[in-house]
Design a protein around this ligand. Sequence first.
Ligand code: UDP
Length: 239
Amino acid sequence: NAPIPTYERVMLKVSGEALMGPQGFGLHPPTVERLAGEVKKLHDLGVEICMVIGGGNIFRGLQGSAQGMERTTADYMGMLATVMNALAMQSALETLGVFTRVVSAIPMDQVCEPYIRRRAVRHLEKKRVVIFAAGTGNPFFTTDTAATLRASEMRCKAIFKGTQVDGVYDSDPKTNPEAKFYSRISYDEVLAKNLRVMDAAAIALARENRLPIVVFSLNAPDGLAGVVLGRGKYTVVGP
Ligand code: UDP
């Protein structure tokens, strides 16, 4: 495996689906609690943590527009879904004694803080987990792009992208037992081979800012903290 240096500040990106557990929709509290426990273990190591959670367990803009809804309206609904997920994660983390702030790209002052870069940096310095909600605040983007953007703004050392597989393969390892595993791969190769790591806009932004993307399984034996310490199997997407 490629060595991982010590990361003092990281971005953790998980899809909304990571919160739905076996239900197939919405929020599954034991699954949210399990993920919060993983984040706490990383936090206990002193790592400063940014999080972006998708909204696909509740609503996706593309689905809405396929059903005849105006695309931008559907995308705003998707962004609102990410706020619900962020609040659920905040609640689970604070139950474990981890202080957090939810900061939203779309101001909704009664619910959470607006995103103000300097304030978010200050929260990180005070060891609060900062959950960035409402994506980029713009339709036609994804939470992968939001994670890359915020990670760049917060000067994170890497993005940790938690998925259901243990890294990047050249084809789906669930259907193809011959699928080739990459422990390291370049941004260009990911784009050229159209590998499903993150969408192309997010990969291009990471490439521009030389931000490594570590793709790992949310069910990794040593957990998220293990992966950040360089243990187990994962793929590093880099220059
Ligand atoms: N979304 C958006 N702009 C953003 C981020 C998200 O419009 O900057 C909308 C988009 O409709 C997307 C939905 O929010 O489908 C949920 O986000 P995403 O699909 O990235 O969630 P995930 O697949 O990670 O659960």
